[in-house]
Design a protein around this ligand. Structure first.
Ligand code: ADP
Ligand code: MG
Length: 311
C-alpha cells in the first residue's frame, strides 16, 4: 500500500528573506526543494504539496498599490488565487523536470483551492495578520477611517493593514484532490492556506482574510487520509524554552506532551504555534506529524531529523 504524505513548504522553500524576489530567485529555490520531493516520489510516496504565499501576495499588493490609476486593484482573495497560480506553476515545472531526470512519468498538477471559513469565527472581530506594504501612520489612519479597515504599527517598521485569520472549516476541493492522488498524480494545493471563502446558501464568495497554511495543510491531510504530515521550515526541530539558556530541541513527543508545551507557551503565535497546533490536530486523528528543516526533509522522513508528533 502506497503511503500518502502532505508536505507543507514554509516561506524559505520559495523565497529567502535576503532575496529580492525575482522570478529567477524563486525558481532556483523551488528547484532545490523539488529535488527532495522528487526523491519522495521515487521512494513510492503519494505526495501533496502545500505552501505559504506571504512574500508573493505582499508583492502583488505592492503592484496593486502602484498601478491602481492604470489597472483596477484586485481584492485579497483574487491576489491569493494569483499567488497559488504563480507558485503552483513554478513547482509544477520544477518538479516535472526533476522527475524526468529520474525517469519518472508522474504528472504534477496545481489545484486552485478555496477554503471555507465561518463568518462568525471570532477572528473576524479581531484581525491579527499583517499583510501588504508598510505605510506612514497618517496614511494608515486615513485608510482605516475611509475603508473601515484595521491598521497596526508593525515592530517599528511602519503601519500595515491587518486582516482576520479564521480557522479552516472545509477544504472545498478536497474530493478532487483525493481522486488525483489516488490516480498517482502529485498535487499542489491549499497554497497560502487556501483562498478564504464563505458559504451563502449553496454559493461561495471570497472574503478578506488569511488562513494559516499549516492549519489548512493539516485539515487537507486529514481529509485525504494521509499517513504523514511533513511541515518543512527553517529550523531543524521544535524547541522548548526556545532562545533561552535552557533551550531543548524535541525529537519525539506525544500529542499530550505537545499540548502541555503549548499551554506553557513555548511556541510563538505567528510562527511555531500554528505548526505545532497543525501537527497535533493531524496526529490526534492517528497520523504521524513531523516538523523539520527544509534541508533535512528526507532525513526527517527516516526519523533522523525533525520533531515527530504522534498519539
Ligand atoms: P515558515 O515560513 O516556515 O512558516 P515561520 O517563520 O512562520 O516559518 O516559523 C518558523 C520559525 O519559528 C523559526 O524560524 C523560529 O525562529 C520560530 N520559532 C518560534 N518558536 C519556536 C520554537 N519553540 N522552536 C523552534 N522554532 C521556533
Ligand atoms: Mg509561517
Amino acid at each position: 500500500m502506497q503511503r500518502t504524505i502532505v508536505v507543507a513548504l514554509g516561506g524559505n522553500a520559495i523565497l529567502r528573506p535576503s532575496q529580492r524576489g525575482t522570478a529567477q530567485d524563486q525558481l532556483a529555490n523551488v528547484r532545490t526543494t523539488c529535488e527532495s520531493i522528487a526523491c519522495m516520489v521515487k521512494e513510492g510516496y503519494r505526495v501533496v504539496i502545500t505552501h505559504g504565499n506571504g512574500p508573493q501576495v505582499g508583492n502583488i499588493l505592492i503592484q496593486n498599490l502602484h498601478s491602481q490609476d492604470l489597472v483596477p486593484a484586485m481584492p485579497l482573495d483574487v491576489c491569493g488565487a494569483k499567488s497559488q497560480g504563480l507558485i503552483g506553476y513554478m513547482i509544477q515545472q520544477a518538479l516535472h523536470n526533476e522527475l524526468v531526470k529520474e525517469g519518472i512519468n508522474t504528472p504534477v498538477v496545481t489545484v486552485l483551492t478555496q477554503v471555507v471559513v465561518d463568518e462568525n469565527d471570532p477572528a473576524f472581530k479581531n484581525p491579527t495578520k499583517p499583510i501588504g506594504p508598510f505605510y506612514t501612520e497618517e496614511e494608515a489612519l486615513r485608510l482605516a477611517e475611509e475603508r473601515g479597515e484595521t491598521w497596526k504599527e508593525d515592530s517599528g517598521r511602519g503601519w500595515r493593514k491587518v486582516v482576520p485569520s479564521p480557522l479552516p472549516v472545509e477544504i472545498f476541493e478536497r474530493d478532487a484532490i483525493g481522486v488525483l492522488i489516488k490516480e498517482g498524480t502529485v498535487v499542489i494545493a491549499a497554497g497560502g492556506g487556501g483562498i478564504p471563502v464563505v458559504r451563502k446558501g449553496n454559493a461561495l464568495f471570497g472574503i478578506e482574510a488569511v488562513i494559516d497554511k499549516d492549519l489548512a495543510s493539516s485539515k487537507l491531510a486529514m481529509d485525504i487520509k494521509a499517513d504523514t504530515l511533513l511541515i518543512l521550515t527553517d529550523v531543524e526541530r521544535v524547541a522548548i524554552n526556545y532562545r533561552t539558556p535552557s533551550e531543548t530541541y524535541l525529537t519525539e513527543i506525544t500529542v499530550d506532551e505537545a499540548k502541555k508545551y503549548m499551554d506553557e507557551g513555548h511556541f510563538s503565535a505567528g510562527s511555531m504555534g500554528p505548526k505545532v497546533q497543525a501537527a497535533v490536530n493531524f496526529a490526534a486523528s492517528g497520523g504521524t506529524s513531523i516538523i523539520a528543516s527544509l534541508n533535512r526533509s528526507l532525513d526527517a522522513l527516516k526519523g533522523k531529523s525533525g520533531t515527530r508528533i504522534t498519539l
